[in-house]
Write a protein of this length. Structure first.
Length: 382
């Protein structure tokens, strides 16, 4: 993988920031108003090359290093959560497919996804089971075809995608054994796709509830072997993705802080701007320190992952845990600095506050991150 040199990367970062603060804000207004992501946003992001930043050059990507990509993701995350979601998912999901893809599968799924011509939804969560080894969606084999039955829900882009990257198990298997990762055509027979109601934040992105009843999926669309399903879902892809979500928290917190600093400078009470009150200035100072600490831990985790170090997995969970808790504190204080007007629909901090709450679920809850970290430190202690 190549890496943009310092000058060209700095130019790219300036372009991204100008996009986020200019057209990105216009998209944010439209998304909140219409409660849907305009098709034009996908096209615009694709045409600007923002959906292939993290992929290698020989896949048609920009070939940025992971830490360079994260610096751009911080900027995208200052925008509307749905815009960030498109950038994050498109720049990440190819990794998951690629790990086990055959050359033919790479041509069919990975390269068009990197080009922005194929939309893939990561389809793991189930309404009737825990995420991971507990999953219940199952397949039975009939010659060259799997027949897929079961339910998935909360699936981002699950209505508008071209393929579901879906995780199921061979019927009768338990735990990690017998799990399969399948590229399932959105228009397969035997599926009912129900768009889910509006979410609290991340508005405009569609989410699907899916019910499969013996839906036929070619065995050729399986990534890896039977038994590799959870490795595709949670293996090499999850660590960089968690680090990406941690950086998303940093970017969104930075936006909240910018809004709070601006408001504190402009709003005058009792003859002085809010920023002149020590109580308000200290809240902003705490936010600044909180954001920087999370940013540095996230970049540290990223560098360890780039270097192939064995502690990268635990560090990715630590970064996500710390960054998401930081985001909760920072957005709460930023809203408080705004006073009551910040609670009103139409004020940007109100949207940022709602969007921030979703980060507590993406790429695993805090409870799951703590489980991962605890497992590592207890194993190291033995
Ligand atoms: C906006 C949004 C978009 C999403 N997009 C996608 C998507 O595209 N694809 C996808 O597959 N999923 C998606 N999800 C689902 C998300 O990944 C899950 O919500 C998350 O992993 C938590 O799983 P759950 O909702 O099944 O919670 P549950 O498993 O029901 O857990 C409920 C609570 O109990 C805790 N808990 C559960 N099990 C344990 C345990 N063993 N030990 C301790 N605590 C436990 C959890 O931490 C959580 O706090 C999305 C969610 C949101 C909010």
């Amino acid at each position: 993988m190549t890496q943009a040199d310092g000058t060209s990367f700095a130019t790219l970062a300036r372009e991204v920031e100008a996009f986020v603060r200019g057209p990105g804000e216009a998209y944010a207004t439209a998304i909140e108003r219409d409660r849907s992501v305009p098709a034009q946003l996908w096209t615009d992001l694709r045409d600007r090359g923002y959906l292939r930043l993290a992929a290698p050059v020989d896949y048609g990507g920009a070939g940025l290093s992971f830490t360079q990509y994260l610096q751009l993701l911080e900027l995208f995350s200052m925008s509307h959560a749905s815009l960030r979601m498109i950038v994050h998912v498109c720049n990440g999901v190819w990794r998951s497919i690629d790990q086990f893809a055959s050359d033919e599968q790479r041509k069919k799924f990975v390269l068009p996804q990197v080009a922005g011509d194929l939309r893939v939804a990561f389809t793991l969560t189930e309404p009737t089971a825990g995420t991971g080894a507990d999953l219940r969606a199952s397949v039975t084999r009939d010659g060259d075809t799997y027949l897929l039955s079961g339910e998935k829900h909360l699936i981002t882009f699950g209505v508008s995608c071209d393929y579901w990257l879906l995780f199921a198990r061979c019927e009768g298997s338990t735990g990690k054994d017998g799990t399969v990762a399948l590229m399932v055509d959105r228009h397969v027979d035997g599926v009912r796709v129900t768009p889910m109601p509006d979410t609290m934040g991340v508005r405009g992105t569609d989410h699907a509830h899916l019910t499969f009843d013996r839906a036929p999926v070619p065995v050729a669309n399986r990534l890896g072997e039977e038994g590799d399903g959870l490795t595709v879902a949670l293996g090499g892809f999850l660590t960089p993705s968690r680090i990406g979500v941690a950086m998303t928290c940093v970017g969104l917190a930075r936006r909240a802080q910018e809004l709070a600093v601006e408001h504190a400078g402009n709003r005058v009470t009792f003859g002085r701007p809010l920023a002149a009150r020590q109580a308000v200035a200290f809240a902003l100072a705490e936010n600044a320190a909180d954001i920087e600490a999370a940013r540095q831990l996230t970049l540290h985790a990223a560098r360890r992952w780039e270097a192939g170090e064995s502690d990268a997995g635990a560090l990715s969970s630590m970064a996500k845990l710390v960054a998401v808790d930081m985001l909760t504190r920072v957005t709460d204080k930023a809203l408080q600095v705004h006073g009551g007007i910040g609670y009103w629909e139409g004020s940007t901090i109100e949207r940022v506050y709602r969007d921030a709450r979703a980060q507590r679920f993406e790429e695993g809850t805090n409870e799951i991150q703590k489980t991962v970290i605890a497992r590592e430190i207890l194993a190291a202690g033995r």
